[in-house]
Design a protein. Sequence first.
Length: 210
Amino acid sequence: MTRYELRARERGFKVIAGVDEAGRGPLAGPVVAAAVVFPGGYRNGDIRDSKKLSAAKREQLYQQIKQDALAIGIGVVEPSVIDATNILRASIAAMEEAVSNLLFPVDYLLIDGNHPIRTAIFQETIVKGDDRSVSIAAASIVAKVSRDQIMEIYHRQYPHYNFLGNKGYGTKEHREAIRKYGCCKIHRRSFKWVKDQAGSQALIPFPDEG
């Protein structure tokens, strides 16, 4: 899990950030990215792809990463932007924002996937990077936990959809709620299933929306 970090250091790079996103697939909510910078030689055998961890383990590692990292940057792209562009462009934009929010000088990026971002910083894309790089895996954990926290806030605004439980993903319960209540402002109306259900109907005006 440190091979890519070590290789970058052997090439002369000194400060390396891992970058990943969470939330490409849900029907609702933002896509969130994180960039994480660890000290040179950092190792933690528990850090791995966030999708392979329990919620409790992710939270534990999230706190550990916050303690150990030299810097963490977060990027959030809202559903309206996802709908105006597409989920791939929104994901890349979130990663760009996460990198720009790092309050630490970085000279190399390890990015999950195969799409580079717009930056002057040297970068390397790694398919399945969250399984191959401790920095990317840490970013995947931070992005996932950060997004879950956002969805918990939205749950309090829109309890009809149980975002606390489904985090915006297309569970049976969530789809049935969309059929019953329509869409709220954080649903991704460009996603085919949501578009098919919502048609041209207006957003359902829940009390907090006026």
